[in-house]
Design a protein around this ligand. Structure first.
Ligand code: MN
Length: 153
């Protein structure tokens, strides 16, 4: 299986670091960017398996960037998972209408973050590392606690 590529757009440095670590632990090759403007040419160049798109960004917001990616034949088929820190009624619908494939609310839960990314990136269960799954309970709880202690949202 070839390595799956993810472009992550997130303006919060702490989130960028944590999300990148989590994704790399799952075997993804991650390109992280701070601005949606930079993601548009990068998406064409890399043709990633998934784009993780923060919605609240300085400059171009994530929903606008998603609409542009969806209108471009070169990028319209790439799955996009929205990241939003304000879970207001209607946010999920707005993200899906803009063309997002999936939706993650911050602060993240490690297990649902990972599940949503893998589902949208088309990672099949047989590709997963069985040993990692067997030992997941304590370490996942510890990771979640660590996130909460750091106040990462
Ligand atoms: Mn943001």
């Amino acid at each position: 299986m070839s390595t799956k590529k993810i472009i992550m757009i997130e303006d919060n440095p702490a989130n960028r670091m944590v999300f990148k670590d989590l994704l790399e632990l799952e075997g993804f090759e991650v390109t992280s960017l701070e601005k949606a403007e930079d993601a548009l040419p990068m998406a064409k160049e890399l043709n990633p398996d998934l784009i993780l798109m923060d919605i609240q960004l300085p400059g171009m917001d994530g929903l606008t960037a998603t609409k542009i990616l969806r209108e471009d034949p070169n990028t319209q088929a790439i799955p996009i998972v929205a990241l939003t820190s304000y879970a207001m009624p209607g946010d999920r619908e707005r993200a899906l209408v803009a063309g997002c494939t999936g939706y993650i609310t911050k602060p993240i839960r490690v297990d649902s973050f990972r599940d949503e990314v893998k589902r949208c990136a088309g990672v099949k269960e047989e590709d997963s590392n069985k040993e990692a799954e067997c030992s997941q309970s304590p370490s996942e709880d510890q990771k979640q606690e660590a996130l909460e202690e750091e106040g990462v949202t």
